[in-house]
Design a protein around this ligand. Structure first.
Ligand code: ASP
Length: 296
């Protein structure tokens, strides 16, 4: 049995300079420690990324799950996806409403449905069918995440946030998961990059990737699968593969970031916004959580 492991988490690439993200960094560090414990105990990468993202969603600290805001129609619509590398099994939900864990529903799509992506009302029907918990009183449930004010939510400037995790387990398998409340002020039915397999989330035998940023640009830039192809086919280093796609996001006018891990346990992260809330740990490196420190 291989015994390398590696885990990276992100809490979105929308932080603003001058804000204090110490609570978020402490939360990310604590989760990374928990993830390391699970990976060392032999848990699969797929289970660990789901557990990490479920915790990020329910914390209310990030623009995902509990920290999400309503769209212009007054509804909170959530997107999430998850993918296992060696099987390339994947599941995703988009524009799903009032479920506690969108990534949990995405995992159920992966495990129990012949579909890869289920959207809107259909995603809620699927979640109900699978017995997922729904939020009884959404006005009481949702909270403002760290660094976001009510005024920010009312502005129409595509402010955003997302959570994600990538992992290599001791069985040499990779997985990735991503979940978001999307961009603030989005219209009903708007779907970003996060739930699109190959854009917001990708995992195969060689690499696992989770993206965050203004989704429209990640979709137009080719997203996570183009990173994987740069890494596997064009011979880019892991870091160069991330920057190749992110530079394309920038050229188109967008910003954001992404995290990746390869089957050797190398972790790479990149962002072209002011910061990206993130943490990492591996068999070779202790837990490190930060927001504004540059990646290169
Ligand atoms: N990518 C997400 C979206 O566009 C937002 C984010 O990552 O901050 O929905």
């Amino acid at each position: 049995m291989a015994n390398k492991y590696a885990l990276a988490l992100h809490g979105g690439a929308g932080p603003r300079l001058g804000e204090d993200y110490s609570v978020v960094e402490a939360h990310l560090a604590e989760l990374a420690e928990e993830g390391e414990r699970l990976l060392k105990a032999g848990e699969t990468a797929l289970d660990v990324v789901e557990i990490m993202v479920t915790n990020l969603e329910s914390s209310g600290l990030y623009v995902a799950g509990k920290g999400s805001a309503p769209n212009t129609a007054g509804d909170v619509e959530l997107d999430a996806s998850i993918m296992e590398g060696h099987t390339q099994n994947a599941g995703s939900v988009s524009a799903i409403k009032d479920v506690v864990s969108p990534v949990g529903v995405a995992r159920a799509v992966l495990d129990k449905s012949p579909c890869v992506m289920i959207t809107g009302h259909g995603a809620n029907l699927f979640a109900a069918d699978q017995g997922f918990e729904t939020i009884a009183n959404s006005k009481e449930y949702y909270v403002l995440p760290v660094g976001v004010s009510q005024a920010d939510i009312e502005q129409d400037d595509m402010m955003h946030g997302t959570v994600g995790a990538v992992a290599l387990d001791v069985h040499a398998n990779l997985a990735s998961a991503t979940s978001t409340g999307g961009v603030f002020g989005k219209p009903a039915g708007r779907v970003g990059d996060t739930p699109i397999i190959g854009i917001g989330t990708w995992a195969d035998e060689e690499i696992a990737i989770s993206c965050t940023g203004t989704g429209e640009y990640f979709i137009r830039a080719g997203g996570a699968l183009s990173v994987a192809n740069g890494y596997k086919l064009a011979g880019d280093s892991l870091t160069d593969a991330l920057w190749r796609m992110l530079d394309e996001v920038k050229r188109l006018g967008g910003d954001g970031g992404l995290i990746a891990v390869n089957r050797s346990g190398e972790i790479a992260m990149a962002f072209n916004s002011d910061g990206m809330k993130r943490a990492s740990v591996s068999i070779d490196n202790d837990v490190l959580a930060t927001t504004f420190a540059p990646c290169r």
